[in-house]
Design a protein around this ligand. Structure first.
Ligand code: DGT
Ligand code: CA
Ligand code: CA
Ligand code: ZN
Length: 573
């Protein structure tokens, strides 16, 4: 059994929460949180690194003590430090911290003074007006806590696609290894590559449902069996993610895949089309007067209702059915089309790898070019480059380009867009670059009008090439800033500026709604990983999937070009 990165991160975060409630040394708390974040952000399995005997303490941010704890977790599935802590502090208390108003100090107070351990306890006490009587709480806080409780239970937590991918791939592999099972596919929003998934919907073909289901609920990551039958079971994994498994006979597989891939709105549309042709479509197949017509493959189902095959990423009922009917579906971009990455950091700022290591890693991925875009000076947290340090980096890039045969490093910079729309470095140095990724990092709170003007002003600078993570949102954490994206697109098109589709799994920014807008408004998109380590370069896959959800073709993406053509696109008119 392998322990996933997400599980390691979860246990470290839990430990940090408990220590915080206990008032432990803040440095210890921070070290565990950092470790959780680093492990979660790694594209490779830490468990596999342990198996290969690699030294984890060499990972940036992981000391020897943490490395030992990770090894323990990977080998035993458990963390003794966490178990010790759980004896001292009730673990349910950490749940309470999911409410905005409640930090560790207040959680401890609620526990000590009112005996509140669970969300249910809290809800009861708050409704009875007991919480407002505590020192430092008051009526307003109590009301906010109740609102927070409401929100928690109604929205639930959706799992980020990258996390879901790690979990789903292992589970699917496990199932594929069982006897008497074939065609294991993860359907649902996961297959449509939605940025977050509510649950996983697995589908497989088998003749022996009972046997397969027994093994399914035996999967080591399963925490709770919600329901178990011979064709359908539901379990909850340790991470909290719920998984449905449905087993179907071979002749229904395509129809079931279609049904469980969704989206619901897409299904309704297809079913209506079928009905118009006197056909009945459900998860068992396509039928005419109760006679089976098709259903073994998805393609056959689409064909029978007069449609070309529709890629899962497009199945959101936003015009894909009409396009399929008219033979006008876009030829979606694929990983094979990508020739390089245009946004990457090195250890000159907040990246973890050297310039040379990043170049090597990009060449290993078959890329023709990699743009180095470290932060500019305003981003002090990342030790952003001033003009002098940037010039020094440019010299190193020249030297490395002379030496390396299989890749070209492009000179870039992730330039902070200042509050007034000026770029953070003077044109005299920016002019020497091949490109800039210009991003908003501060003053996200500006009004929509001011934010829009600010970014357009930045685009006025002839050294502006690409708008980095255009809305600044962080999935599950931070809303986009207010900005008129249509206006930005219009100005970008006019000036020959491009939009980034940042492939970091917590960003995916351009967001869903803006990707087609770019294409429709004649703005080209750069799919970039914003890599802070060599591993992060592998996020490109996610970026491509998100571009596909936005109907983008290779032609819409600038980093599908060979180097000479790319250089032309990077030059402003
Ligand atoms: P999620 O899990 O919230 O990220 O989103 P989905 O799309 O995976 O939704 P889920 O898990 O509730 O159901 C999986 C698929 O099953 C869904 O995409 C379409 C299909 N489905 C579920 N319920 C219905 C329904 O009532 N009618 C139709 N036509 N399809 C449904
Ligand atoms: Ca689902
Ligand atoms: Ca489901
Ligand atoms: Zn960046």
């Amino acid at each position: 059994m392998t322990v996933h990165n997400a599980e390691i991160a979860r246990q470290f975060n839990l430990l940090a929460d408990l220590l915080e409630i206990e008032d432990a040394n803040p440095f210890r708390v921070r070290a565990y949180r950092n470790a959780a974040r680093i492990v979660e952000g790694m594209a490779h399995s830490v468990a596999e690194m342990v198996e290969r005997g690699e030294d984890l303490s060499e990972i940036y941010g992981i000391g020897e003590d943490l490395a030992r704890k990770i090894e323990e977790l990977v080998k035993t599935g458990e963390l003794s430090a966490l178990q010790d802590e759980e004896k001292r502090v009730p673990v349910q208390l950490t749940e309470l911290m999911r409410i905005d108003q409640l930090g560790p100090r207040r959680v401890k107070q609620l526990y000590r003074e009112l005996g509140i351990k669970t969300l249910a306890d809290l809800s009861r006490a708050a409704k009875a007006g007991k919480v407002q009587e505590l020192e430092g709480f008051g009526e307003k806080t109590e009301a906010k806590i109740l609102a927070g409780l409401e929100q928690l239970t109604s929205s639930g937590r959706r799992t980020k696609l990258s996390e879901a991918t790690e979990i789903a791939e292992s589970l699917a592999d496990y199932l594929r290894g069982l006897e008497g099972i074939s065609k294991v596919t993860v359907a649902g929003s996961y297959r449509r590559r939605k940025e977050t998934v509510g649950d996983l919907d697995l589908l497989a073909v088998t003749e022996d449902g009972a046997q397969v289901m027994n093994r399914f609920v035996d999967y080591p990551e399963v925490e709770e069996v919600v329901s178990k039958g011979t064709t359908r079971s539901t379990v909850r994994l340790r991470t909290g993610l719920q998984v449905d498994l449905r087993l179907v006979p071979g002749r229904s597989y395509g129809a079931a895949l279609c049904y469980f891939t969704g989206s619901k709105a897409h299904n309704v549309e297809i079913r209506t089309r079928a009905a118009q042709r006197g056909l009945k479509l459900n998860e068992y197949g396509l039928f005419k007067d109760n006679e089976y017509v098709a259903g073994r493959t998805e393609k056959s189902v689409y064909e029978q209702v007069g449609l070309a095959y529709i890629e899962p990423e497009l199945r959101e009922n936003t015009g894909e059915v009409e396009a399929a009917e008219a033979g006008q579906l876009p030829e979606l971009v694929t990983m094979d089309d990508i020739r390089g990455d245009l946004h990457a950091h090195t250890n000159a700022t907040d990246g973890h790898a050297t310039l040379r290591e990043m170049a090597r890693a990009a060449a290993d991925r078959g890329y023709e070019y990699l743009a180095i875009t470290d932060h500019s000076k305003r981003v002090t947290m990342a030790r952003g480059l001033d003009e002098k340090r940037l010039r020094k980096q440019l010299e190193s890039i020249d030297a490395l380009n002379d030496e390396l045969r299989d890749i070209t490093l492009l000179k870039g910079c992730e330039v902070d867009i200042l509050e007034d729309g000026q770029l953070d470095l003077p044109d005299s140095v920016l002019e020497e670059l091949d490109l800039t990724v210009c991003s908003v990092h501060y003053h996200r709170e500006l009004s929509r009008k001011k934010q829009t003007e600010r970014i357009i002003r930045a685009m006025d600078d002839p050294c502006f090439t690409i708008l980095g993570h255009p809305t600044g949102r962080l999935i599950n954490e931070r809303e986009p800033y207010e900005v008129d994206m249509e206006a930005l697109m219009e100005e970008a098109a006019e000036r020959g500026c491009h939009m980034e589709l940042n492939a970091q799994p917590s960003r995916f920014d351009l967001i869903d709604a803006h990707r087609r807008m770019a294409r429709d408004m004649g703005v080209k998109v750069a799919i970039c990983t914003d890599a802070h380590s060599t591993d992060n370069l592998d996020y490109m896959r996610f970026g491509v999937e998100q571009a596909r959800r936005g109907w983008l073709t290779a032609d819409d993406i600038i980093n599908t070009r060979r180097l000479p053509a790319l250089r032309k696109l990077l030059r402003r008119a």
